[in-house]
Design a protein around this ligand. Structure first.
Ligand SMILES: Nc1ncnc2c1ncn2[C@@H]1O[C@H](COP(=O)(O)OP(=O)(O)O)[C@@H](O)[C@H]1O
Ligand SMILES: [Mg+2]
Length: 353
């Protein structure tokens, strides 16, 4: 396999040691067709009690990044380089035993589809109790009590009865709540929610996001909220990382990115969002083209083949030169700061209404 070179990507500035720190992360899969460069030099930080939203189209490397944090990739088919520091503890290359102790305990994950996370053969209560018993040494009785308590916390009515139900006896929204209960049962300091509301209807979506916020207040967890939907992070996340083709293309607070986005890809994401401003859903402005193959990603800026602003940069710079992501509030794009501001105000903002 080729040796990996460091990127110019700098870390987010956070002063003291952050709770979670990912530095220059690469994740590559060996497949029959070649090497998939799923994550390509990614850096971000997350503080305790904060929520980081990671957004990007399907296939941009969001799930792969977070499975790497949890140590869930198959080591035989995956090459992982870079640093993943959880309270200073290095997780890349950590032993499976070490990771197992952390998973479900210090860090936990909520998936898009509760049906794949919950077993059909065991009661909901037993599945919530299990990580609690495993990590705390609690008895069966204490585990059951804890499961009832958690079901109540996530808003399941009559938790002392529902604890003995099987997953198929729960509605979709209730299963998602049960999975959240299971993820939070050991009070994890880091919660990774991967498209947690994508499969749910809009009303239930809002309830689940509110629930996550409430639980975060109570438990003080740091949350990574992965989504392809900017609407989901708008009211939930503090900071935002926009990903494209395995790289971070823009970073900032949610407010900064929603009010003053600086990367043409982020402009595309915002412009293609459906919005209900009046009685009708306004026409969308989809991003032209399709995401690149990660078997042979584009040279230079990975977004350049789809970017309508590359002529403004001039020459073949966008195809030749990979734009770095500076520290802090930043976007990885060769346009000048002035161009980014002008183009956004004159061309993009009017579309957003
Ligand atoms: N185990 C794997 N083997 C090979 N390719 C993979 C594997 N897992 C994910 N990929 C590829 O990595 C890229 C990023 O995937 P993923 O992180 O799941 O995207 P998303 O942003 O939608 O969560 C995709 O091109 C996907 O096909
Ligand atoms: Mg995904």
């Amino acid at each position: 396999m080729t040796t990996l070179t460091k990127t110019e990507d700098a870390a987010a500035p956070t002063g003291a040691d952050p709770f979670l720190s990912v530095r220059d992360l690469y994740v590559r899969f060996s497949t029959e067709d070649g090497i998939v460069k799923a994550v390509d030099g990614l850096s971000f930080d997350l503080e305790r009690g904060k929520t980081l939203g990671i957004v990007g189209e399907s296939g941009s490397g969001k799930s792969v990044t977070n499975l790497a944090v949890l140590g869930l990739h198959n080591p035989r088919a995956t090459e992982i380089k870079g640093e993943i520091l959880l309270e200073g503890q290095e997780l890349t290359g950590a032993r499976e035993k070490t990771l197992e102790k952390l998973r479900g305990n210090k860090m936990a994950m909520i998936f898009q589809d509760a049906l794949t996370a919950l077993s059909p053969y065991y009661t909901v209560g037993r599945q919530i109790a299990e990580p609690f018993m495993k990590h705390t040494g609690a008895s069966k009785r204490e585990g059951r009590q804890r499961a009832i308590e958690m079901l109540a916390k996530v808003g399941i009515p009559q938790p002392n009865l529902r604890v003995d139900d099987y997953p198929h006896q729960f509605s979709g929204g209730m299963r998602q709540r049960a999975m959240i209960a299971m993820a939070l049962v050991c009070n994890p300091a880091l919660l990774i929610a991967d498209e947690p509301t994508t499969a749910l209807d809009v009303t239930v979506q809002a309830q689940i996001l509110d629930l996550l916020k409430d639980l975060q207040q109570e438990f003080g967890s740091a949350i990574i909220l992965i989504t392809h939907d900017l609407g989901v992070v708008a009211n939930t996340a503090d900071d935002l990382l926009v990903m494209y083709a395995g790289r971070a293309v823009e970073r900032g607070t949610v407010k900064e990115i929603l009010t003053e986005p600086r990367h043409p890809y982020t402009w595309g994401l915002l412009s293609s969002m459906p919005r209900l401003t009046s009685d009708v859903t306004e026409l969308l402005h989809p991003i032209p083209g399709t995401p690149p193959s990660l078997l042979s990603p584009p040279t230079g800026c990975p977004f350049h083949p789809r970017c309508t602003f590359k002529a403004e940069v001039g020459g073949t710079r966008c195809a030749d030169e990979r734009p770095p992501l500076a520290p802090g509030r930043a976007s990885a794009c060769h346009l000048t700061a002035e161009q980014k501001q002008t183009f956004f105000i004159e061309q993009i903002k009017p579309r957003l209404g």
